[in-house]
Design a protein around this ligand. Structure first.
Ligand SMILES: *Cc1c(COP(=O)(O)O)cnc(C)c1O
Length: 361
C-alpha cells in the first residue's frame, strides 16, 4: 500500500465554487470575485507582443513586472516577490515558517486558503472569534500561544467584506511577539486604498509581509499574478519555495502593463464600488441583510442555511452563479461578486422575486 503523509491524507480538498448549470443557460459568474471588466487594453497589447517569446522560459526574477509594481506602489523592487497568484505566495510563506507542532492563527471568517495552506504545511490552524463579522485585534491577540508562528489577516476580508482600520493593524503588530510573522493579505487593497494607506511601511520592521494580487482590481484572475512586499531575510526563504518560472512570460508582460495603467484600474474600482453600493442598497430595500463591503462582492445573510440554499438554487436556475458559504462556516450566507450594472440590476430583481415567492415582504 502506497501511503501519503498523514497530514495530506487528512487534508480536505480546497473548497471551490460550484459552477454547474443546466445546459443552454448563459452564466453570470458571480461566485469567485472576478472582475466584471476586461484587463486594461495596454495589458492586452502587451500579451500579444509577449506571445512570440513563448519558446523561452519566463524571467524567474520578474524584472520588468516587479519594477512596474515598485514604481506604481512606491516601494523598493528588490523586496517584491511575484507568484502564480497570491495563493502560491501564501502557501510558500506558511510552508517556510510553520510545520508540525506549530500554530498558524487567523480569524473565524478568515480566507479559506489560510487554513488549507496551514494543513499543507502539517501545522495546526487556530481561528480567533470575529464578533459582528469583524476582525477583533483583542481576540486575535488572546489566541496567540508559544506555538504561534504566523498570523494571517486579509484586509479587507473575504468573505465578510469588512475592513480593519490601519490603527487596529498597528495595535495588532505591536501586540504580537517579535518572533511571530504577520501576513497582511491585501487582495482587495485597491478597493480600500482611498480610506487608509497600504500597510507597506510595516514591512520595514522585519516581521511583517504584505501581499496583493492582480486578480481582483486589475481583472487578471486568469493570468495568475500575485506579489508581496517582504523583509529581505524573509523573502529569501519564501523564494526557495516558489516554483521557478511559475509566472508565465505572458502573465508578467500583462501584469507590468496593467499596474502601470493606474487610471484604468482606478476607473474599474470606481465603477465596481458604485454598482456594489447600488446593489447592496436595493437588496436592503427589499428586506435583505446585505452587508456593506469594501471589496468587489457583497455578503448576503438569510434567515437560516435552508433559505440561503433555496435562494442559491433559484438563482442558479436563472444562470446566476453566486457562492455558497458553507465552507466558510456561514451556511446562512451567500457571497455575490459584483458584475456589470445591467447584470446586477437583474440579480437584484431576482432576489426580490425570490423573497416574494418565499412569502416574505
Ligand atoms: C482572491 C483572493 C486572493 C488572491 O488569489 P490569487 O491567487 O491572487 O488569485 C488572496 N486572498 C484573498 C483574501 C482573496 O480573496
Amino acid at each position: 500500500m502506497i501511503a501519503p503523509k498523514p497530514h495530506v491524507a487528512a487534508l480536505a480538498a480546497y473548497p471551490l465554487a460550484d459552477l454547474s448549470l443546466a445546459p443552454g443557460v448563459k452564466p453570470v459568474m458571480l461566485a469567485q470575485n472576478e472582475s466584471a471588466y476586461p484587463p486594461s487594453p495596454k495589458a492586452l497589447a502587451a500579451a500579444e507582443a509577449a506571445l512570440a517569446d513563448a519558446m523561452l522560459y519566463p524571467d524567474s526574477g520578474w524584472t520588468a513586472l516587479r519594477a512596474a509594481i515598485a514604481e506604481s506602489y512606491g516601494i523598493p523592487a528588490r523586496d517584491v516577490l511575484c507568484s502564480n497568484g497570491s495563493m502560491e505566495l501564501i502557501v510558500a510563506l506558511i510552508g517556510a515558517y510553520a510545520g508540525p507542532g506549530d500554530e498558524v492563527l487567523s480569524t473565524q471568517y478568515g480566507y479559506a486558503l489560510f487554513r488549507t495552506a496551514t494543513m499543507m504545511a502539517g501545522a495546526s490552524y487556530v481561528a480567533a472569534p470575529e464578533p459582528e463579522m469583524r476582525v477583533s485585534v483583542a481576540d486575535v491577540l488572546a489566541h496567540v500561544t508559544a506555538r504561534t508562528r504566523v498570523v494571517c489577516i486579509a484586509n479587507p476580508g473575504n468573505p465578510t467584506g469588512s475592513r480593519i482600520p490601519r490603527a487596529d493593524l498597528l495595535t495588532l503588530r505591536e501586540g504580537l511577539p517579535a518572533d511571530v510573522l504577520l501576513l497582511i493579505d491585501e487582495a482587495y487593497g485597491e478597493f480600500a486604498d482611498g480610506l487608509d494607506p497600504p500597510m507597506f511601511d510595516l514591512v520595514a520592521r522585519g516581521d511583517t509581509v504584505v501581499s496583493r494580487t492582480l486578480s481582483k482590481a486589475y481583472g487578471l484572475a486568469g493570468m495568475r499574478i500575485g506579489w508581496g512586499l517582504f523583509p529581505p531575510e524573509i523573502g529569501v526563504e519564501v523564494r526557495k519555495l516558489l516554483i521557478p518560472g511559475s509566472v508565465s512570460g505572458v502573465a508578467q508582460a500583462m501584469g507590468a502593463a496593467a499596474v502601470s495603467d493606474r487610471a484604468y484600474m482606478a476607473d474599474v474600482v470606481r465603477k465596481t464600488a458604485e454598482v456594489r453600493d447600488g446593489f447592496a442598497a436595493k437588496l436592503a430595500g427589499a428586506g435583505f441583510d446585505a452587508r456593506g463591503s469594501m471589496t468587489n462582492f457583497v455578503l448576503v445573510r438569510f434567515a437560516d442555511s435552508e433559505a440561503a440554499a433555496r435562494a442559491e438554487v433559484f438563482l442558479r436556475a436563472e444562470g446566476i452563479l453566486v457562492r455558497a458559504m458553507g465552507a466558510y462556516r456561514l451556511p446562512e450566507c451567500l457571497r455575490v461578486s459584483i458584475g456589470l450594472a445591467e447584470d446586477m440590476a437583474r440579480v437584484a430583481k431576482l432576489f426580490a422575486s425570490w423573497k416574494a415567492g418565499e412569502g416574505g415582504g
